[in-house]
Design a protein around this ligand. Structure first.
Ligand SMILES: *Cc1c(COP(=O)(O)O)cnc(C)c1O
Length: 454
């Protein structure tokens, strides 16, 4: 039996954690997760924590869900992996058919990869090569939003808009035009969501006009910018952006890596505004949070531009070793079956209403500046001064300290600087959700209270 002391020692000696200052990591005793059960994570000492951010926004039906375990096991007893390069496999075919059925009409082709960032790389390269093959090689520039997050590979970073993540790597990145994000809380004081939406769409149109014929694609996170701070777009922004992409004859890539699979209260974020993109990226919830698998879907129009004789070299020159992995595809199929069997989208509607309602209570806390919510995803922005919206300096790590307090009380979260993110597994019950909200409310009250006295 391994005891925790030895595991901590090995972790400190050999592991490098993502997005983590390891010097500080070495000074803390980490929670080491050993098991999961429904919405709970259980550590090596048997402590139970509510998985308040669904294990980095991935988990859908809870951990250790029998139906998904069984599907993976059944697949495992046949084969774990064989290549999709030059050969086919059973669950990759079945899943492609299923994904086409459950995504907006017109997205008829599925290209697999391994995680969110690669699904975006695939989308960017697909758009780029498409325009070359359509005889428009000047279309080389992408258009993205400030604060956008599309993953950490070099291509995905290039269309990312979070300065903290990208500034170190600036020299490596290719060109992408940025427009202001429709952030109602921060953008222009005193404006409302309609004026913010129209202003941002206006800025988008200016770029599309000025660079007509040069934009390969507009890339967006539909409805809500996740890692940028849970910035919820004003109603109509997505529809307006899609109309502009059409008007200027460029492609629309929707990154549904976070918003897909029910997170916003519909299967896909884009359904809320009846938008159909040219390319749609999916990962995170695709396997219900079980295995790394991603899918990039596109239209016949784009797909057909890649058809030709071999000597035309119109082949899509992209692939990953584990593309279409059987275990991942089996998990994704079981995930979709569970959505259907449990009628999950319908079932979560009251939970979403309740969530939205209860979150209003956070405004009674002095240091809560803004509460943003979309489906079962929320961001609670903590500020030093509510009137001036003055931010806590990142160095005070207020968000992190709230999450540490939350952890001591039985839930696991991960903040985005001063934004406390809540993104529980979709199958969380209303009673469980209330438990989580109470822990978070008390933690914010305690930590921000101490902070203002200090
Ligand atoms: C998480 C995320 C990604 C990156 O996904 P990875 O699996 O971490 O590479 C891309 N886009 C969005 C919107 C995300 O939330």
């Amino acid at each position: 039996m391994l005891n925790k002391k030895i595991l901590v020692e090995w972790d400190r000696k050999h592991l490098w954690h993502p997005f983590t200052q390891m010097k500080e990591w070495m000074e803390e005793i980490p929670v080491i997760v050993e098991r999961g059960e429904g919405i709970y994570l259980i550590d090596t000492e048997g402590n139970r924590y509510i998985d308040g951010v669904a294990s980095m926004w991935t988990n859908v039906h809870g951990h250790n869900r029998k139906e998904i375990n069984d599907a993976i096991t059944a697949q495992l007893n046949k084969i774990a992996h064989s290549t999709l390069l030059g050969y086919a496999n059973v669950p990759a075919i079945q899943l492609a058919k299923k994904l086409v059925e459950i995504t907006p009409r017109g997205l008829n082709r599925v290209f697999y990869s391994d995680d969110g960032a690669t699904s975006v790389e695939v989308a960017l390269k697909m758009a780029y090569q498409y325009w070359r093959q359509k005889g428009e090689p000047r279309r080389e520039v992408y258009l993205h939003l400030d604060g956008a997050y599309h993953g950490d590979t070099v291509g995905a970073m290039s269309v990312g808009g979070i300065d903290l993540f990208r500034k170190t790597f600036d020299g490596l990145l290719f060109e992408s035009a940025a427009i202001p994000a429709p952030c109602v809380y921060r953008l222009v004081a005193g404006q409302n969501s309609d004026t913010v939406r129209d202003y941002c769409l206006g800025e988008m149109e200016k770029v599309l006009q000025k660079r007509e014929g040069e934009i390969a694609a507009v890339i967006l996170e539909p409805l809500v910018q996740g890692a940028g701070g849970m910035i919820v777009s004003p109603t109509g922004f997505l529809k307006g952006a899609a109309a502009l992409a059409r008007k200027y004859n460029t492609l629309l890539i929707l990154d549904e890596v976070m918003t897909g699979f029910g997170r916003t209260g519909k299967m896909w974020g884009c359904e809320h505004e009846e938008v159909v993109p040219d390319i749609l990226c999916s990962a995170k919830g695709l396997t219900a949070g079980y295995l790394p698998l991603a899918a990039t879907l596109t239209t016949d129009e784009i797909y057909e531009a890649f058809l030709g004789d071999y000597r035309d070299f119109k082949t899509f020159f992209h692939g990953h070793t584990f593309t279409g992995n059987q275990l991942g595809c089996a998990a994704a199929l079981a995930n979709i079956n569970l959505f259907e069997k449990t009628d999950l989208i319908r079932k979560i509607q009251p939970t979403i209403e309740h969530f939205k309602d209860r979150l209003q209570k956070f405004y009674t806390l002095d240091h809560v500046g803004d509460v943003r919510v979309c489906g079962l995803a929320a961001g609670i922005e903590l500020v030093r001064d509510r009137i001036t919206k003055e931010e806590y300096p990142a160095t005070e790590k207020v968000g992190m300290r709230v999450c540490q307090e939350v952890l001591r009380n039985g839930a696991m979260l991960r903040p985005l600087v001063n934004v406390i993110v809540l993104m529980p597994p979709l199958q969380i019950t209303i009673a469980e959700l209330d438990g989580l909200l109470e822990i978070v409310y008390n933690a914010i009250e305690r930590v921000t209270g101490e902070q203002s006295r200090a």
